[in-house]
Ligand binder design. Structure first.
Ligand SMILES: Cc1ncc(COP(=O)(O)O)c(C=O)c1O
Length: 478
């Protein structure tokens, strides 16, 4: 996999070097020191500890290259942003087109044809009575808007979410996060946030029956667990929401726009008609932060109900031309390259093969997900005493470190970039670009077979590495 280490082509012809060229002309490995000094020292420490402090110098499609010219398969895709792969030529062309036109951009007291066109595309794709769009600059902002819109449209405060949910990390979305860890030490959360177990309709009905719940916010595929809503769950949740006057909000920020094998995951079930759908990540084409809330006329009408309130919820950068161009081009690429169907096929193939190789590893408890959003979960083995003992010893030192035994060799030995799905979890999630080929899935499966086999060698190098990590974490040196 050694290839020439190509540096990104830079700047324009004979012009004097600009600030980008100047920053990129430094030794790239200095970036870690700059981040340690000026950004987030703990993050740098974590990368160095697990040996993920690599310098990547180029990205294209499903791949990254380091300075030595080594090619990596990227199954992390910037937490789902690079659904179309990196540096897609059609997204680049759309962005260049905007720059070359000297557009007026963000006039504010006018309407841009670009944002109008994105709204038309998104509502056309979403269907099911979803006819209005509010644009944001990130996923969490879309969730914040959804919470505000639901509160405004129902005159209620409560928001129900699921255990293990992840909807972003600003105060509203953090309040409906399903893990205590993220909320610790950040003070009071939003009043009225309530958790129910995922896929539990009885618990949902008990929560909604208080009739003070504005919204039930749910990820059809949970980002932290890769759990998928059960067949019939969303239909029934919708029926309960309607009965008790609550709005159904599908957070499709991670699973939306083709990843699960349909434009939106709720579309796998013909009768599901969410009141609000949140999207972001893939809509950016991997270039320009953007998000959107797709909703019904009556909900948007309740928020922006007269001229005085026409910007009562807004943001300075919302609907900017670069974001809108990236969104338009991304939708075109997903449609033109038939990526929904491709995600369904490749996802089915990848999960089937992963189950096959996982079957011979006693630590694998299950492989789950939908389309190209899937994960592998690990648990204490049922049989071998030796493996049980190894598992218990490791977990006494630190819960959730087992996944490192998989992701570290995946990167170092097999050049595949992944990450554990969340804090205090054993799940490793895979979010390949929707453009991934069967050959690259085979690369991943062969690597997983090798790495999983190594976990069964006790004592062995893989266990020594994670035990060392766990000890240092327990001693709070990480
Ligand atoms: C389902 C879901 N909702 C919301 C968010 C928050 O998006 P952002 O990080 O763009 O704020 C994420 C991010 O991972 C997500 O996966």
């Amino acid at each position: 996999m050694i290839e020439e280490a190509p540096r990104p082509a830079g700047g324009g012809g004979g012009d004097p070097p600009g600030p980008v060229a100047a920053a990129l002309s430094r030794d790239w490995s200095e970036a870690f020191g700059l981040h340690e000094a000026g950004v987030n020292a703990s993050f740098v420490k974590m990368l160095r500890t697990i040996g993920f402090d690599k310098t990547y110098v180029r990205g294209e499609g499903c791949y990254l290259w380091d300075e030595q010219g080594n090619k990596y398969l990227d199954l992390l895709t910037g937490w789902g942003v690079f659904a179309l792969g990196r540096n897609h030529p059609k997204i680049k062309a759309a962005l260049r087109d905007v720059l070359d036109r000297d557009l007026p951009n963000l006039v504010r007291m006018s309407c841009s044809p670009l944002s109008g066109a994105v709204a038309q595309r998104l509502t056309g794709i979403a269907g099911r009575g979803l006819s209005r769009v509010f644009f944001t600059n990130s996923g969490t902002e879309a969730v914040e808007a959804a919470i505000k819109f639901a509160r405004c449209a129902t005159s209620r405060d409560g928001v129900v979410h699921c255990d293990n949910a992840f909807h972003g990390l600003t105060m509203g979305s953090l309040s409906i996060n399903g893990a205590a860890f993220f909320k610790e030490r950040f003070g009071q959360m939003l009043a009225g946030a309530r958790a129910v177990p995922f896929n539990d309709l009885g618990a949902l009905e008990r929560a909604l029956s208080s009739r003070d719940i504005a919204a039930f916010v749910v990820e059809p595929v949970q980002g932290k667990t890769c759990e998928v809503v059960a067949d019939g769950y969303l239909e029934e949740a919708q029926r309960l929401c309607r009965r008790y006057g609550t709005l159904l909000v599908c957070d499709e920020i991670q699973c939306g726009l083709g990843r699960t094998g349909a434009w939106f995951c709720y579309q796998h079930w013909p009768n599901v008609e969410p009141d609000i759908v949140c999207v972001a990540k893939a809509l950016s084409g991997g270039f320009v932060p953007v998000g959107a809330v797709i909703t019904r006329d009556r909900i948007m009408g309740a928020v922006f109900n007269n001229m005085e309130r026409c910007v009562v919820h807004s943001s300075t950068f919302g609907q900017n031309d670069m974001a809108m161009a990236a969104a338009l081009a991304s939708i075109d690429v997903i449609e033109g390259e038939n990526l929904c169907a491709r995600a369904a096929d490749m996802g089915e193939y990848a999960m089937r093969r992963l189950r096959e190789v996982g079957a011979s590893c006693p630590f694998v408890s299950c492989v789950r997900g939908k389309g190209l959003m899937f994960g592998i979960d690990f648990a204490r083995p049922r049989e071998s005493l030796k493996l049980k003992l190894a598992w218990d010893t490791l977990h006494r030192l630190n819960f959730g470190v087992f996944g490192q035994m998989v992701i570290i060799p995946l990167l170092h030995k097999h050049r595949i970039l992944t990450q554990v799905a969340g804090y205090h979890t054993e799940v490793i999630k895979f979010l390949p670009p929707l453009t991934i080929s069967r050959e690259d899935i085979d690369w991943f499966i062969a690597a997983m077979a090798d790495v999983l086999e190594d976990t069964t060698r006790v004592p062995g190098a893989a266990w020594d590495t994670v035990a060392g990590l766990a000890k240092r974490a327990a001693a709070a040196t990480i």
